[in-house]
Design a protein around this ligand. Structure first.
Ligand code: AMP
Ligand code: MG
Length: 274
């Protein structure tokens, strides 16, 4: 394993190995020397992601799909903002997955997801994803257990399909503690500017904390693959979360190494604009 891969390796859920979230400290910031250095690194990485995204767009041959999952208040929106802050809107597409619409429910669960996947040249960001179909759907019993049981392998096959077609997939589970969620939910109650983010039903979901943690463990364990690895990101500290995701996205794009295309049918040495 090269130096570059060493950073992501700290967070990857090893394919085939059972994930135990209780053993992973959501406050762990040992990947960084200190907060100030991590913030400087984040800014440099966000700028590098912008430059690489320009090359990916110009190349037009491959896509990157960044999947963000995590319970309420885990920081999915904040991560999008911090990591892709420098990117122009041209080449980045954010897709949020909410409760399925009537039309979406009339199709298989991957229909809306496949439709939302980034085309070649684009960085696609999923704010929630098809994993809701083995998380909330499992805990709330919105589908039959046998159907849910089949989904893990269906998801692996689906991700293999889009990977074979040229999309690099990175999946991030933002791991926060129950205590930190309480603090953040309370902020949403206390701050009028955050009321729109709060629903009373968020408290019912919170009451099922252990069931959600267990569902995440199964999803990550069964769907962390070589083509679409899960990364579990300690997320009680926003700065450590942002810096970790940015560094992994940057390294992945560097590894993809997109190239500006050569001039097609003309020679820059012979063209002079009068
Ligand atoms: P938020 O991300 O806070 O805007 O909330 C979106 C809500 O949609 C969350 O409560 C998700 O659990 C829910 N959701 C997303 N996908 C699905 C799905 N496939 N089935 C049921 N609920 C979903
Ligand atoms: Mg919410």
């Amino acid at each position: 394993m090269g130096v570059k891969k060493a950073f992501a390796a700290k967070f990857i859920a090893a394919p085939g190995k059972a994930l135990e979230l209780a053993k992973l400290d959501p406050r762990d910031d040992s990947a960084f020397e200190d907060k100030e250095k991590a913030k400087v690194q984040l800014l440099a990485d966000a700028e590098a992601i912008d430059r690489l995204q320009d090359r990916l767009f110009a190349e037009g041959k491959r896509a990157l799909l960044v999947v963000l999952q995590g319970i309420d208040c885990s920081g999915k929106d904040g991560t999008v903002r911090a990591v892709f802050n420098c990117c122009g809107p041209l080449g980045v597409a954010v897709k949020s997955f909410k409760v399925p619409s009537e039309e979406e429910r009339a199709h298989d669960y991957l229909w809306r997801v496949h439709h939302g996947c980034p085309p070649r040249g684009i960085i696609g960001i999923f704010n929630r994803s098809h994993y809701e179909d083995v998380l909330v759907v499992k805990v709330e019993k919105f589908a039959a257990p046998e159907a849910i049981e089949r989904r893990y392998e269906e998801i692996n096959q689906f991700e293999k399909l889009i990977s074979n077609a040229g999309t690099k997939i990175l999946k991030f589970m933002l791991h926060i503690s129950k205590e930190e969620q309480a603090v953040r939910l309370q902020e949403r109650v206390d701050d009028a500017a955050k009321h729109w983010k709060f629903k009373p039903s968020d408290l019912e979901t919170r009451a099922k904390w252990d069931q959600y943690q267990a569902a995440y463990e199964v999803a990550v364990t069964r769907c962390s693959t070589d083509v679409a690895p899960w990364h579990v990101i300690p997320s009680d500290r926003n700065w450590a979360r942002n810096a970790a995701v940015a560094r992994i996205v940057r390294e992945t794009l560097e590894e993809m190494n997109p190239q500006y295309p050569k001039p097609d049918g003309w020679d820059p040495r012979t063209v002079k604009v009068a």
